[in-house]
Write a protein that binds this ligand. Structure first.
Ligand SMILES: *[C@@H]1O[C@H](CO)[C@@H](O)[C@H](O)[C@H]1NC(C)=O
Ligand SMILES: *[C@@H]1O[C@H](CO)[C@@H](O)[C@H](O)[C@H]1NC(C)=O
Length: 442
């Protein structure tokens, strides 16, 4: 009896399955749709300015799954567990422009892995386990402009020769920057971009005892605070470097030149040195919130012509030196909250600068000292100050004037009221320090 029942059930199943197979397009279409949903369940598809993003970051993925939408432009697979990129993995994503594979465990890329990616401009492979790769892998991507390869343990030998030569083609400005050799010893820490490609395929005199002149210069100590190994870089929607909360004591070296947003918040940076950001010319947002900043060199922001937003909140700033802000032509937002601003003569520069840059909105400028002004908006303090017999006060309180200079300083400024000086010079109440220079000469 039981056997019969079992047989009947089996028969039913077979008939049902055959039916389903015959079921034609309608049914098959429907079942595929269901598959799409299941595979894509954890990933997010979104659209920004007509560009389709497919976000599958941090999903513990070990491979690219079937059934993802094929018309996407940006595929985000960062922070997964992919180990091998097999031939034709991406060949059905014909419109793909960027592919983010950073922070996976990729140790091998098959020669045809990127087949079909003829529109791809950006490929992110940083923070993986690659030791070798060849130029051949990149051939299917004629539009490739940005290729990130840093933070992989590159083995710089003959197998890497074609890739290194490709990286070094002068027009490939954003291909393979900051990638460094991990092996062999004599090349350790050297940038692929700057390596002498001729040496890769010539036998290395490892067993020879005669000191090799090339090797003598080599022990290039790898800078430990290299931005690209400490921080994470992102390319879409804009090039961004995230160095949040990395225990940094200084601004890291080697910030990629095309970075637009730089987040250095929640570190331990105490001071900004001259020309700290001078090579990052496209920077629009600089976040230094939550550091221990006490001083900012007058030339620290040099070259930041396009900076629109500067967050200096939650630091230990008491005032700005004359000139600190002069390079920031296009600043729109300045966050200054949570700093122990001292309301004395030193703070005037900041107020005058803000007065002459009315397009800049600022927040958090509140006196913390001296006691009598604590909690006052700094502007109110300056107003009170100016209302109170300005000349006497200014001359008496000018800080930073060395005692020997005081008389000469008084002579030079005696006739000029601070307000007049500002009106005369426009947005640069800058002459102050210059006068001190003259004084020192006399
Ligand atoms: C700067 O970073 C802090 C802390 O990470 C964050 O709260 C703040 O919103 C950031 N500021 C800007 C302008 O992005
Ligand atoms: C200020 O910075 C400290 C240290 O980075 C952080 O712990 C704190 O949350 C920050 N406070 C605010 C108000 O952002």
């Amino acid at each position: 009896m039981r056997l019969l029942c079992g047989l009947l059930l089996l028969l039913c199943l077979v008939i049902w399955a055959a039916d389903a197979r015959k079921g034609g397009k309608g049914l098959r279409g429907r079942s595929r749709k269901r598959t799409v949903k299941r595979f894509a369940a954890d990933c997010k598809e979104s659209s920004v300015n007509g560009e389709k993003f497919f976000d599958c970051q941090e999903r513990q993925l070990t491979a690219v799954l079937l059934g993802w939408p094929e018309d996407i432009h940006h595929l985000q697979l960062a922070r997964n567990k992919i180990q091998v990129l097999r031939d034709n993995t991406f060949s059905h994503f014909r419109n793909l422009r960027s592919l983010d594979l950073q922070q996976n465990e990729i140790s091998r890329i098959e020669e045809g892995a990127f087949n079909g990616l003829s529109s791809l401009t950006t490929l992110l492979l940083q923070h993986n386990r690659l030791q070798v790769a060849s130029e051949g892998t990149l051939i299917p991507m004629p539009q490739l402009k940005y290729l990130r390869l840093h933070d992989n343990p590159w083995r710089c030998d003959c197998q890497l020769d074609t890739l290194v030569r490709f990286i070094q083609v002068p027009s490939n400005r954003n291909i393979g920057n900051y990638a460094r050799c991990a092996e062999p010893r004599e090349f350790e820490g050297r940038q692929l971009k700057k390596l002498d490609a001729e040496l890769l395929c010539s036998p290395q005199p490892e067993n020879v005892l005669i000191p090799h002149p090339e090797n003598q210069i080599l022990p290039a100590p790898q800078k430990k605070s290299d931005a690209t190994s400490l921080c994470h870089t992102y390319v879409h929607p804009v090039p961004r470097l995230d160095c949040r909360n990395r225990g940094l004591k200084t601004v890291p070296a080697d910030i990629p030149l095309d970075i637009v947003r730089l987040d250095l918040s929640r570190n331990n940076i105490k001071q900004l040195r001259p020309k700290e950001f001078v090579s990052v010319k496209d920077l629009k947002l600089l976040n230094l919130s939550g550091n221990s900043l006490e001083s900012i060199d007058t030339a620290a922001f040099m070259g930041l012509l396009y900076l629109g937003e500067l967050d200096l909140s939650n630091n230990s700033l008491k005032f700005f030196q004359y000139g600190v802000l002069e390079d920031l032509y296009f600043l729109k937002k300045l966050s200054l909250g949570n700093n122990p601003w001292i309301c004395d003569y030193n703070i005037h520069y900041l107020i005058y600068w803000l007065k002459h840059h009315r397009g800049v909105s600022h927040t958090g400028l509140v006196c913390s000292e001296p006691e009598e002004f604590r909690g006052w908006p700094v502007e109110n303090y300056v107003k009170t100050y100016n209302a109170d017999c300005p000349k006497d006060k200014q001359l008496g309180q000018s800080p930073g004037t060395d005692p020997a200079g005081i008389t000469a300083h008084q002579e030079l400024t005696a006739q000029i009221d601070e307000e007049e000086l500002v009106l005369e010079l426009g947005p640069r109440p800058y002459r102050g320090p210059k006068k001190y220079e003259i004084i020192r000469l006399t």
